[in-house]
Design a binder for this molecule. Structure first.
Ligand SMILES: Cc1cc2nc3c(=O)[nH]c(=O)nc-3n(C[C@H](O)[C@H](O)[C@H](O)COP(=O)(O)OP(=O)(O)OC[C@H]3O[C@@H](n4cnc5c(N)ncnc54)[C@H](O)[C@@H]3O)c2cc1C
Length: 491
């Protein structure tokens, strides 16, 4: 239970989030309405957002307040330090619009009057932005992260710190058009009211799923796990239930799928129930991340060349990728050889904030690494990938390998097998302009409905896309309630 938001004990005494590992996009409204805090969910902030050790012995810390970050930027460029407040103000203006759109059903192209109203509402929101902010919005939706950041900052470490988000879960170079949006997608969240910040769920990401399950049970929902759905039953053109892998049938007035749309529509619904052009387009739904995920049990904190002693930097998102060109090379390598020779590594050590994860004095680390081609041979190349990742960490923190007590590793193929993430795609489909908003998962079906009456899509393959947000589920529930003739009440 919990999909990609789960915690497990991966070595005796060491627990950690298995796949997703950090929280920001989870919508405050969802937290409130589902009473997640009452069910024990506690999200804590990190002292710094990011820490970038550099090859020349210097480092960059981002976060801990605007002035502190400006001081850090000034180590590399006085101009970048000066520009930071304007950059953050711009992002806030743009993400404020995005935040409002996240919890709304996108206008459905070809829909009715309601969709015209939705389009007008969205238009009004954008109209509130001044012309400069509209230009920024357009740039963020169309440009590459590198092009966008070049317009703001000149120093490589600063561009790398912000550009890292543009390649997370996206098999792309930061020089690819469209990656600026992936960067933006990581900015519309908040932690305990602090916008744009990422935090840690005490107990790991399983605590998010556990709290949602507790509220569901409190409202009378029965949850069955390890019960794969094999097929959606369609009777007289309407969804009427599901057949489980063990042959059991469960009847229902509607079916709501929380899996990659490619799997729902191409594997679980018989072709005769879908228009051929719908199936043909769904075949072309783009899915590919190049992410490799590891958990480490550590005997000690890594001692970074640039800042060896234990400190707040160990509790931040540690990015081992000093420049956008480095990220580009990782992409090109993975395209050509399947595995980046020098991968992009983010290390988060949640046990610095959460004592429940490791024995006293020991630590757990999440490693989220790119780029590893989903179609590489993962039967034979997993150890090679681990070696490359460890090599990068070792180059910044000598002796690190000796501190590893145990590890677990998920290649893109493992992510596909264990979590049904097609192409290892952590977002259930690329976050490209042709697969966003009214086009997610397809023009004409952005309102969580499908060509089969009573069949809905409510996961990351629907608007607003990937991340532990709670948003597609909430938006879909509102549409289902509408079809059931119920009034939607927001708590
Ligand atoms: C390695 C990794 C790291 C990530 N890091 C972060 C992060 O730090 N923060 C963040 O916000 N997001 C992160 N994400 C993205 C985020 O986890 C996903 O976008 C999010 O979990 C999507 O939620 P979902 O409910 O739509 O689907 P999922 O979480 O993918 O859940 C879908 C569930 O459906 C199940 N399923 C599929 N087919 C069937 C079937 N036939 N029958 C029954 N069940 C089925 C799957 O097994 C799975 O359990 C990460 C994802 C991955 C993989």
């Amino acid at each position: 239970m919990g999909g990609a938001a789960v915690t497990e004990e991966f070595h005796p005494g060491f627990r950690n989030s298995v796949a997703s590992y950090t929280v920001s996009l989870l919508q405050p409204k969802v937290i409130r309405e589902l009473r997640l805090a009452q069910h024990g969910l506690r999200i804590v902030e990190r002292p710094y957002s990011n820490f970038l050790p550099l090859d020349d012995g210097r480092y960059l810390r981002v976060g801990g307040g605007q002035e502190a970050t400006q001081r850090e930027f000034a180590k590399f460029s006085a101009r970048d330090a000066e520009r930071l407040p304007a950059y953050w103000a711009m992002l806030e203006r743009v993400t404020d619009v995005l935040r409002e759109l996240v919890l709304e059903c996108p206008p459905n192209v070809g829909g009715g009057l309601l969709d015209l109203v939705r389009a007008a509402q969205a238009g009004r929101r954008v109209k509130r932005l001044d012309m400069e902010a509209r230009r920024d919005l357009l740039a963020l939706f169309t440009q590459s992260a590198a092009e966008f950041l070049d317009g703001w900052f000149e120093s490589e470490p600063v561009r790398a710190a912000f550009g890292f988000d543009s390649v997370v879960g996206s098999f792309a170079s930061p020089y690819h058009p469209g990656t600026a949006y992936v960067l933006l997608h990581h900015c519309f969240g908040e932690v305990n009211g602090r916008k744009g910040v990422w935090g840690h769920a005490i107990g790991g990401m399983g605590a998010v799923s556990g709290a949602i399950a507790a509220e569901a049970r409190a409202r009378g929902v029965e949850i069955e796990v390890d019960a794969p759905v094999a097929q959606v039953i369609v009777k007289d053109g309407k969804a009427a239930g599901v057949v489980l892998g063990d042959g059991r049938e469960i009847a229902g007035r509607s079916v709501i799928g929380n899996l990659n749309p490619k799997l729902l529509y191409l594997k679980m619904v018989a072709r005769e129930h879908l228009p051929p052009e719908f199936s043909a387009r769904m075949e072309r739904w783009k899915c590919a991340s190049a992410s490799f995920r590891m958990n480490l049990a550590l005997d000690a904190l890594p001692r970074f060349n640039c800042l060896p002693e234990a400190g707040p930097h160990h509790a931040s998102g540690i990015i081992l990728a000093p420049a956008l060109d480095y990220m580009d090379r990782a992409y090109l390598d993975a395209r050509e050889h399947g595995i980046a020779r020098a991968p992009i590594v983010e290390m988060v050590i949640p046990s610095t904030l959460d004592e429940s994860l490791a024995p006293r004095g020991k630590h757990v680390a999440s490693l989220f690494c790119q780029h590893f081609a989903p179609d590489a041979n993962w039967v034979t190349r997993k150890d090679e990938a681990i070696e490359r990742i460890f090599g990068v960490i070792e180059s910044h923190a000598p002796g690190f390998r000796h501190s590893v007590i145990a590890h677990s590793a998920l290649s893109p193929a493992d992510l596909e097998r264990e979590f049904s993430l097609v192409g290892g795609d952590i977002f259930h489909g690329q976050l490209s302009l042709d697969q966003l908003w009214s086009a997610r998962p397809m023009l004409g079906y952005a309102d969580y409905r499908s060509p089969v009456e009573g069949l809905y899509l409510c996961g990351a393959g629907a608007h607003p896309g990937g991340g532990v947000t709670g948003a597609p589920g909430r938006n879909c529930a509102r549409e289902v309630a509408r079809d059931f003739g119920r009034r939607w009440r927001s708590r």
